[in-house]
Design a protein around this ligand. Structure first.
Ligand SMILES: [Zn+2]
Length: 184
C-alpha cells in the first residue's frame, strides 16, 4: 500500500456512518436522505482514485478499463471489502442495470427498524464511483436494505433513464425488476 493510495482517504469507524444518519434524521427528517447522498457522492472520486491505485498494485493495470469486464466486478468487490465497507457482488440485471448486492455492509449496521432503504451515503458514493468507472453518468438507487429487515442491501446502478423506469414501477406498486426485463 503506497502513501499516494491513501493520500485523500481517512479511516472512520462504521458506527459513525450510522450515527451520522441517525443524527441527521432526528434533526431533519426526510431531508436527511438527499444530504447524506450528497456527502457520499463527494467521496466517490477519491474512492475511485484509491481503487485505481489499488488495482494498479493488485492486478498491474493502469486503468480499470483495461480489465476484462467479468474480472472487474470481483476486483471492485475485493477492494470495498479490503477497505472495510463489506462484501459486494455485482451482477447484470436485464441489459441496462447492474445490481450491487451485499449482506454485511458497514452503513447498514444491525438495527432493522428503518421503514425505507437507508444506506443513503453509500447510494451517493456508488453513484459517483460507478460514474467514474463507466465514464458516463450513472445513477444509483437502493431497492433493498438490511436496515429495514431485508436479507441484503441491493443497489441498482444504470443510466438515469433506466433507473427512472425502475422508480416509476416502484411508485406504481410494481416489482422493481419488472421494467428491467424489457429495457431497450
Ligand atoms: Zn442498506
Amino acid at each position: 500500500m503506497t502513501a499516494a493510495e491513501n493520500a485523500s482517504l481517512v479511516c472512520l469507524g462504521s458506527a459513525s456512518l450510522r450515527s451520522l444518519r441517525e443524527s441527521l434524521e432526528r434533526a431533519l427528517g426526510d431531508q436527511a436522505a438527499p444530504l447524506l447522498q450528497e456527502v457520499g457522492y463527494a467521496s466517490g472520486p477519491e474512492i475511485y482514485q484509491s481503487f485505481k491505485s489499488w488495482l494498479h498494485t493488485r492486478a498491474d493495470v493502469a486503468d480499470p478499463s483495461e480489465l476484462d469486464a467479468s474480472f472487474l466486478g470481483s476486483m471492485v468487490s475485493e477492494f470495498f471489502q479490503e477497505k472495510g465497507w463489506g462484501t459486494v457482488t455485482i451482477e447484470q440485471l436485464g441489459d441496462a442495470v447492474l445490481a450491487i448486492d451485499t449482506d454485511d455492509w458497514a452503513e447498514a449496521g444491525t438495527d432493522t427498524s428503518a421503514t425505507t432503504p437507508s444506506c443513503h451515503l453509500t447510494t451517493g458514493l456508488f453513484a459517483a464511483f460507478m460514474t467514474e468507472l463507466a465514464g458516463e453518468v450513472m445513477a444509483v438507487m437502493q431497492v433493498e436494505c438490511m436496515a429495514c429487515g431485508d436479507d441484503r442491501c441491493r443497489f441498482l446502478a444504470g443510466s438515469p433513464t433506466a433507473l427512472d423506469r425502475v422508480f416509476e414501477a416502484m411508485m406504481e406498486g410494481r416489482p422493481y425488476t419488472e421494467p428491467l426485463a424489457s429495457s431497450p
